[in-house]
Design a protein around this ligand. Sequence first.
Ligand SMILES: [Fe+2]
Ligand SMILES: [Fe+2]
Length: 388
Amino acid sequence: MKISNDIEYIGVDDHEIDLFEGQYIVENGMSYNSYLIKDEKIAVLDTVDAHFTEKWLDNVKHALHSRHPDYLIIQHMEPDHSASISHFMERYKDTKIVATAKAFVMMKQFFGTDFGDKKIVVGEGDTLSLGKHTLTFVMAPMVHWPEVMVTYDSCDKVLFSADGFGKFGALDIEDDWACEARRYYIGIVGKYGAQVQTLLKKASQLDIEIICPLHGPVLKEDLSYYLNLYQIWSSYSVETEGVMIAYTSIYGNTKKAVELLADKLREKGCTKVVVSDLARYDMAEAVEDAFRYSKLVLATTTYNNGIFPFMREFIHHLTERNFQNRIVGFIENGTWAPVAAKTMKQMLDTCKNLTFTDTTVQIKSALSEESRAQLEAFANELSSDDTI
Ligand SMILES: [Fe+2]
Ligand SMILES: [Fe+2]
C-alpha cells in the first residue's frame, strides 16, 4: 500500500490475537504498522509482533525491490513493534538502527545486545537525511513508554506518530475510528495526558498532512478531527455531555435501581445515558465511557465491608488513569451495614476536580418508597441545567 510516492505501508494484520497487551478484547483484531521510505537511502520504520515476523520480512523484501535497507528506525520498544528487530538485523546485517538512548538500553534487555557498532543514537530535533526526505526526530517520552520518539518527514509532510493516534482493529475491517481509538487511548495512554499535551504542542509547530501511527489506519483527511479528539482526551475534558452509569448487581436489585434512574434521566431530557454492567461488559469500554461523558454514576453493593470486586477494579482503572473534571454520584446497596458509597468516594479521593452530587441513593436490600424518592431527586439533580 502506497502512502505517498516514496512511502509504503509494510505492516501486518493480526486476527489470531485473543487479548491485546494481555488484557484488551480486540474483536476486529489488531494491526502492527510498519513503513518503508525509499529515497537515495532506504529507511524502515519499526517492526512487528513476534507472531508475524516472517510475514513482515516478506513485506520488507517485496518493498525493497532488491535494494538494501540503510536504516531501521525504532520509535517504540514495546514488543508489538520491536519483537522482530533481531530477525531483521540477522537478515540485513549492515543496516544501522536509529533510536533513542533509552531504546537501546531496552534492546539490550530484550535481545541481549544493543547492536553495538550498528547503532545511531538520536535525540530531540536530530535529523537524518535520506536524500530528498529529511527526517526529524521528536522525543515523546511516556507516550506511553519513556523511550518513545516520533518522526517527521518534511518532504511529504508525514508524522510517524508511534502509538499516538493508534486504534484497535485490523486494517482489513472497517469500523468507526473514534470508538476504538478512544478505547485504545484511554486504556493504554490515558494516564499520560500531560505528556500527550506536550507532544501535541510540538506537533502543532509542524506542517502535517498525513499521520502514520503504529496501529490503525493512516490518517489523511480532516486531521483536525483527530487532533481535536486527542486534545480533549489528553486534557481530560468532557467529550460528550451525558451520563454514564456503571453498576454491579448481585441479585438484580441494584440493577433495577439503575434501570429506573436511566429511564427517569431519559424522561427528563438527557439524550445521552449509557449503562454498563461491569461484571458482564467489556471493562475497557466502560472505562472509555467514564472518560467520555460529563457525569458518572457509580452503583454497587456493599461487599465484605467494602464494595463488589468489579466496581473496585473499575474505580482503580479510573484513578490510575488520572480521572478528573467530572460530576460523580453514587447509588449504594446494603442489607445490614451499607458502606459502598463511602468506600467509592474514598477511592476517588486522589482525583482532581470531581464534583459530587448532593444526593446519594441508598437502597436497603431492595427498592422502597424512600429509595425511589431518592432516585427521583438524584435524576432531577443529574438532569438539571446547572449540572448538564
Ligand atoms: Fe505501546
Ligand atoms: Fe503499540
